[in-house]
Design a binder for this molecule. Sequence first.
Ligand SMILES: *Cc1c(COP(=O)(O)O)cnc(C)c1O
Length: 516
Amino acid sequence: MDIEQFRKAGYNAIDRICDYYYNLQSMPVKSSVSPGYLAQHIPTNPPEQGEPWQQILDDYTEHIIPGLTHWQHPSFYGYFPTACSFPGILADLLASSTPNPGFNWSCSPACTELEALMMDWAADLLGLHKEFFNSSNKGGGVIQTTASDSALVAVVAARSRYQRLHPDVLFKDLIIYTTTQTHSLGLKAGLILGIGVRAIEVDAHDKYALRGSTLRKTLEDDAADGKHPFILIATLGTTSSGASDNMPEIRNIAKDYPSLWIHVDAAWAGVVFSCPEYRDKLYHTDINEMATSFCTNFHKWGLVNFDCSAFWVRDRSLLTEALDITPPFLRTKEGDSGQVVDYRNWHLALGRRFRSLKMWFVFRTYGVDGFQGYIRRCIGLNTLFQEKINETSSLLELVTTPSLSLSVIRISPAALSPSSSSSDSTDLSTQDFMNTLNQTFYSRLSARNDIFLTQTILNGAFCIRFSIGAELTTEDDICRAVDTLIEEAKNVVEELRVKNDKTEQSIANGSVSAGV
Ligand SMILES: *Cc1c(COP(=O)(O)O)cnc(C)c1O
């Protein structure tokens, strides 16, 4: 492909992207292909001769798009949103036109300097403590691939600090603290590093928050047991339900344990700090004062295309002391003089993409105002969702207090009472029964391709998560989604009623046999 062919092909590709976005709403949100579908369309070897661009692009449209689940679709409510904005797409395009591995400042000074500046813009947007700014020359921010990488970097740095402070402690006695609601990134870090993980039990009664008293007791028990907890991964906005650990209480305990690193994983919820009205409610001050490191993903609910996990530390030397490898061929006079940041020493890999360009384009295109507007709009849509669920007069219920743009629902036990209480209501309200019923509800929803939802289990109860974040989602989409939920819930309840009636009839006819 020469430059002029690239120009034409590029215009053509952008046209395809526009067509995709024009049609997105009318496409099924979920792919319905079967496993292995693609091998039927793609040969087993690369072509001997180069192929025309048009044919390649046509095959993309014909074979790849049907195999995509559309995370930007207005009816995508699964997992968490994955950001994609037009300025982000363009930034990625430009960044990929000048690839360079960016491990040292001198690899391409603009890449390092823009990243340092953008992480400061982001810190400013979220109102982070001055120490987290790169301009403080003390702490600083760096873009990691995902929140899992951010947590892993935090654990590696925390381990290194702990071993420097306590050189006599045996490796086998080190332990990572998470809670039972922490994302699996905690376990993953433990697995990778061969370090034990203690998932501290939290429960519904405390709204799934880690409480200070529980933390203190666990710390004391472990100390008595010869264990050495060196990091706590605390969460702001858990994956299951959007719950948050009790940061003021944790802060209070952490004062007595200065060598315990506190990493705050706010992968999804952290961007809400861009709206000052949410800061107090979500422990902004405590996090600012206490966190050794803080992470939020701009690639989730923050309009910057995947990937862009923002990770800040209060003290950058904690990263470089753990991760600095400088063989002779990586030495530069700027690095040696300490005038510049060499980001290779702030993460696990060596090379890194030029991701800050996406942040720059997105922040400038939306402005703080536009960014806040997007966050507030999503939260507003969730408020509408809650109102609509409450209007289903006990067919559906919210299982926990909704968190920002995330709600957790299920068919309510109350939905069953009128028809079924007549029969010998075989534990209709028991957890197992409700779980089976809600699993059926979820299977029905999953079989549809006009809505995408994911499941979770809270305190033993099977529930369905409803997570809002696609930029295209409107109030109409929310109303339609609630109608779909009502329709399927009614089907499930009706099926159950018919089944119960039949059983009652059989009992009346004496035809019921053992095992039915
Ligand atoms: C999504 C999420 C993660 C995982 O994020 P990755 O960037 O995919 O690693 C971790 N923690 C929380 C709280 C999350 O919401």
